[in-house]
Design a protein around this ligand. Structure first.
Ligand code: ADP
Length: 500
C-alpha cells in the first residue's frame, strides 16, 4: 500500500530554482567549449530539470590550466593557513544560511528524501567543512634526528592540483569529503561531478567563492565519465586523483593515472558489506538496524549492509519481521513529509536493479517482499526482501545498489566470518550482538575498512573511511584524508659547527 502511493501522487513543486548550470572555471560560470549541454533529470518523473553545460577534454584543459595558475602563482597556497581556515569556516556558515535551498536542489536532482538532505546531509557538509577548516592551521612537519651532523626538516607541502571525481549517490557529501581536505591543505582542485547530479556542487561552489576562495582554486566541470572524467585522469597537469564510484571505473582511473604521469590515486569503490545478526540479538532492534543498513538512501550506498547474515536460531523470526518492515516502508515523493524512500537515481539503475531481482528469483531465493517497480512513472522500486539466499547466488555476490535486502543463514561465528570475508570487496561490516567476545573476534577478523558494532552508517568527520581489497585504496575523512593531499619533503642542511 505504501509503495502504491508513488503511483498516484502529483510531484511536489520543488521550492528552489536552478541558478547555476554552467561550468565553473577560474571563478566564472562559463559555457562548455563545444557549446554542448546535457539534461539532468528528475528521478520522480523522468522529466528534465535543466540543461547543463557538458564539459569534455577541452574544458578539463581549461580547468586544469586555471587550477595550475591558482596553485603555481596564486594566493591560495601562499596565504596563511589561518586565512584558509577562515574561508572554509565562512563557507560552512553560508551552507547553513542556504540550507533549505541546497537540500531542495539535492533532493530534486537525486531523488533523496528532503528529510535526509535537510536533516542530515547539508548539516554534515557544514560539519565536515568546519572539521577540515580546523586542520588548515595544524598541518606541520617534523624535525628528525640524523646520524651525521645534519639538520633535517620534514616539510608537509600541498600536493598541487587535485583532480576529483565524484558519484551521484551523495553528491554534496562527496564534495565535502573531497574538496574539504584538498583545500585545507592548500591545494587547487578540478572537480568532475556525476552526470546524473551536477546541480548542488555548482551551487555550493558559488558559495565557496562568496566565502572568499580565490579564483581558479576550485573548478567544477559537469560532464560524462569517458570524456571529461577520463581527460582529468590522464591530464599531465594534475598531481593527484581522488575517485569515488564503481570498482570497474576505479580500475580505469588507476590505469589512466599510471599511463599518464603516475599521479597517486585515492579510490573509494564498491562493496557487498555483511551485516551479521547473532543469536542473542534483540530481534526487533536487529531487524530495524539491518533494514536501515540496506534501505538507507534507496539502497544506493557503497557501504550498504547488503548481505544480511542471520543466526539460524533467530532466522525465521527475523525474516518475518524484515518482511513486515519492508512492506511498511513509505515510498513516495521525496519532498513529502514522512516518506522514507524516494526513486532510484535513473532509468539505467532502475532497470539494473530489477534485473537483479529477476536473477534472485531465477536462482531460487525466496522473494518475501516487493520485487517490482512502485507506481507507474519515475524510478521508484518496491522495498524488496529475499530470504534463503545462498552465497553463490549473484544477488549475494554483486553490488545491487538498490532497495533489495538479501538474507542468509549461518550457525557459527567462525563460519560467518569466513563467508563474510569471502568477497572481493571489503568496505564495511555490521555486527549485532551483546556478546563482547563475539563482537571483538569479528571486529578483528573481518577484512573491511569499517566495522560498526550495534550501529551502522555512523559517519563522523574524524573517523577514517575506506576499503580493504577491491573496495578501495586509501582512506578519506579524519586526519587520514590529509595525507592524500600533502607531499613530504626532506630538507637536509649540514650543521657546520657541531660544538653545540
Ligand atoms: P556508476 O556506475 O554508479 O555511475 P561510476 O563509477 O561509473 O559509477 O561513476 C562515478 C563517477 O565516475 C562519475 O562521475 C562518472 O562520470 C565517472 N566516470 C565514469 N566513467 C569514467 C571514466 N572512464 N573515467 C573517469 N571517470 C569516469
Amino acid at each position: 500500500a505504501a509503495a502504491a502511493a508513488a503511483a498516484t501522487e502529483e510531484p511536489i513543486q520543488p521550492p528552489v530554482d536552478v541558478k547555476y548550470t554552467k561550468l565553473l572555471i577560474n571563478g566564472n560560470f562559463v559555457d562548455a567549449a563545444s557549446g554542448r549541454t546535457f539534461a539532468t533529470v528528475d528521478p520522480r518523473t523522468g522529466d528534465v530539470i535543466a540543461h547543463v553545460a557538458e564539459g569534455d577534454a577541452e574544458d578539463i584543459n581549461r580547468a586544469v590550466a586555471a587550477a595550475r595558475r591558482a596553485f603555481d602563482e596564486g594566493p591560495w597556497p601562499r596565504m596563511t593557513a589561518y586565512e584558509r581556515c577562515r574561508v572554509l569556516l565562512r563557507f560552512a556558515d553560508l551552507i547553513e544560511q542556504h540550507a533549505e535551498e541546497i537540500a531542495a536542489l539535492e533532493t530534486w536532482d537525486g531523488g533523496k528524501t528532503l528529510e535526509q538532505t535537510r536533516g542530515m546531509e547539508v548539516p554534515m557538509v557544514a560539519r565536515y567543512m568546519r572539521y577540515y577548516a580546523g586542520w588548515a592551521d595544524k598541518i606541520h612537519g617534523l624535525v628528525v634526528p640524523a646520524d651525521g651532523p645534519h639538520h633535517v626538516q620534514v616539510l608537509h607541502e600541498p600536493i598541487g592540483v587535485a583532480g576529483q571525481i565524484i558519484p551521484w549517490n551523495f553528491p554534496l557529501l562527496m564534495f565535502a569529503w573531497k574538496v574539504g581536505p584538498a583545500l585545507a591543505c592548500g591545494n587547487a582542485v578540478v572537480l568532475k561531478t556525476a552526470e546524473q547530479t551536477p546541480l548542488s556542487a555548482l551551487f555550493v561552489a558559488s558559495l565557496l567563492h562568496e566565502a572568499g576562495l580565490p579564483e581558479g582554486v576550485l573548478n567544477v566541470v559537469s560532464g560524462f565519465g569517458p570524456t571529461a572524467g577520463a581527460a582529468l585522469c590522464s591530464h599531465m597537469g594534475v598531481d593527484k586523483l581522488a575517485f569515488t564510484g564503481s570498482t570497474g571505473t576505479g580500475k580505469i582511473v588507476l590505469e589512466l593515472a599510471a599511463r599518464s604521469n603516475l599521479k597517486p590515486v585515492t579510490l573509494e569503490l564498491g562493496g557487498k558489506s555483511p551485516f551479521i545478526v547473532m543469536d542473542d540479538a534483540d530481534v526487533d532492534q536487529a531487524v530495524e538496524l539491518a533494514h536501515r543498513a540496506l534501505f538507507f538512501n534507496q539502497g544506493q550506498c557503497c557501504c550498504a549492509g547488503s548481505r544480511t547474515f542471520v543466526h539460524e536460531r533467530v532466522y525465521d523470526e527475523f525474516v518475518e519481521k524484515s518482511k513486515a518492515r519492508a512492506l511498511n516502508r513509505v515510498v513516495g515523493d521525496p519532498f513529502r513529509r514522512g516518506v522514507e524512500q524516494g526513486p532510484q537515481i535513473d532509468g539505467e539503475q532502475f532497470k539494473k536493479i530489477l534485473r537483479y531481482v529477476q536473477s534472485g528469483v531465477d536462482s531460487g531465493a525466496t522473494l518475501v517482499a516487493g520485487g517490482d517497480r512502485a507506481g507507474s512513472r519515475g524510478f521508484y522500486i518496491q522495498p524488496t526482501v529475499f530470504a534463503d539466499v545462498k552465497d553463490e547466488m549473484k544477488i549475494a555476490q554483486e553490488e545491487i545498489f538498490g532497495p533489495v535486502q538479501t538474507i542468509l543463514k549461518f550457525s557459527t561465528v567462525e563460519e560467518v566470518v569466513r563467508r563474510a570475508n569471502d568477497s572481493p570487496y571489503g568496505l564495511a561490516a555490521g555486527v549485532f550482538t551483546q556478546r563482547l567476545d563475539a563482537a571483538n573476534t569479528m571486529a578483528r577478523a573481518l577484512r573491511v575498512g569499517t566495522v560498526w558494532v550495534n550501529t551502522y552508517d555512523v559517519f563522523d568527520a574524524a573517523v577514517p573511511f575506506g576499503g580493504y581489497k577491491m573496495s578501495g585504496v586509501g582512506r578519506e575523512k579524519g586526519v587520514y584524508s590529509l595525507r592524500n593531499y600533502l607531499q613530504t619533503k626532506a630538507v637536509v642542511t649540514p650543521i657546520k659547527d657541531a660544538a653545540w
